[in-house]
Design a binder for this molecule. Structure first.
Ligand SMILES: Nc1ncnc2c1ncn2[C@@H]1O[C@H](COP(=O)(O)OP(=O)(O)OP(=O)(O)O)[C@@H](O)[C@H]1O
Ligand SMILES: Nc1ncnc2c1ncn2[C@@H]1O[C@H](COP(=O)(O)OP(=O)(O)OP(=O)(O)O)[C@@H](O)[C@H]1O
Ligand SMILES: [Mg+2]
Ligand SMILES: [Mg+2]
Lengths: 226, 226
């Protein structure tokens, strides 16, 4: 379903090359719960951005549901992302001028979902992450963990078959974090693919297959018995 | 050294009052390592902002080193903050247009430290948090955990006697997080007061005294034997 072959990502900073990913090959099957771990700066978010079609590899090949992603132009990639992927960003990336409700509705708005329907679903998702009382707040009027939960709700707006979550519990207390993981676990059991970056072992334990990065390369892998 | 008496903070959102802190009384002595825990939305960052003189209480009194903070005007408060407090923000608050080095130098610049000296200290602090190779990067060219480490280095720039850290390891892998905590522990042993928000028990364990908030009130407190 998701297949990377010798993928590299080199960033250019001034006169220097920063090789964030130095040759990644992996395969993630439909319906997997996949965990990505590794030290700060090891390339996890970079890899997530490539898998999530938010960026393109410098070298290497990437297949998504059999389609070779390099052959898609930016519009096609954008459309693909909207339909297939829900992304929880490490730094949330909420729109400051929009309310909680409007932030969650945004992916639905882009897909042309009628306002009454997108509003109802946004309210449902806000309730699901414990923010039913914060619908009219703007991001600046929220706690860090509340912002993170809006980002999670937004990622689920179009009910995507693939959910990418980059440190979704980093700003959450243990109990709220586990509630979010239970939610992701339930979505996974219903057949959705979940790809999760985390540095917390208790959170990583929800992923049946786990990959460690170090300095832009795969260091090791673990798979639980079914 | 830090004393709060019946402190309340009420935010106004549209027509609604949000009582983020509903009556907090506490005392933090010079040189303590103090931990603040509690669920997402319970008021931790709000309390940190009050202690850190970034905001004022709606009601209640606040003494800092014997000075009644309500009697200080905004300029005096700003000056006090610059000299006495180093703040690691939950969402980092780095300046996007400045490099890592310039971000760390900023508090020194405001204090009139000569450029050669502030540059040398910024490079030293960047090394200390493992970012010696990232001095010329801008925040958009950093990983989440690297941004967090820049925020930590910046908080230490003026060598403040009081360090306030709001979730300083939320974006760090376990090993890097523990390195940062060792650093804070060493600074504390040298006599600095450290006030830390965290939701991770292993991180909270570095604080000898710990307070739990729930819905804007103190729920319980723990102190380790000396
Ligand atoms: N600027 C603001 N305007 C309105 N309400 C706010 C504002 N900042 C915080 N709040 C509200 O006050 C409450 C406490 O927020 P605070 O940021 O202190 O929580 P927290 O304990 O730090 O949470 P987290 O662990 O998620 O970071 C939350 O319910 C939040 O919605
Ligand atoms: N836009 C960019 N431009 C230049 N360098 C970048 C950029 N984004 C990331 N990097 C660099 O690439 C490396 C990998 O970054 P990445 O964000 O993927 O790490 P990460 O594993 O997600 O780290 P963390 O756990 O701290 O979030 C880092 O060394 C970082 O400095
Ligand atoms: Mg990252
Ligand atoms: Mg907070």
């Amino acid at each position: 379903m998701i297949r990377l072959e010798n993928v590299e990502k080199i960033y250019r900073v001034g006169q220097t090359d920063v090789p964030a990913l130095r040759g990644i090959s992996l395969e993630i099957r439909r319906g997997e719960f996949f965990g990505l771990l590794g030290p700060s700066g090891s390339g996890k978010s970079t890899l997530m951005n490539l898998i999530g079609c938010l960026d393109r590899p410098t070298r290497g090949r990437y297949w998504l549901d059999g389609a070779n992603v390099e052959d898609l132009d930016d519009d096609a990639l954008s459309e693909y992302r909207l339909r297939h992927l829900g992304f929880v960003f490490q730094s949330f990336n909420l729109i400051p001028q929009l309310t909680v409700c409007e932030n969650i509705e945004l992916p639905m708005y882009y897909r042309g979902v009628p306002p009454a329907e997108s509003r109802a679903r946004a309210e449902f998702l806000a309730e699901l992450v414990g923010l039913g009382e914060r619908l009219r707040h703007r991001p600046a009027e929220l706690s860090g963990g509340q912002c993170q939960r809006v980002a999670i709700a937004r990622a689920l707006a179009n009910d995507p078959p693939v959910i990418l979550a980059d440190e979704p519990t980093g700003n959450l207390d243990t109990r709220t974090g586990l509630q979010i993981m239970e939610l992701l676990g339930a979505l996974n059991r219903e057949g959705r693919t979940v790809i999760l970056v985390t540095h917390e072992p208790d959170i990583a334990a929800f992923a049946r297959r786990r990959l460690w990065l170090r300095d832009g390369l795969i260091e090791r892998e673990e798979t639980d018995a079914p």
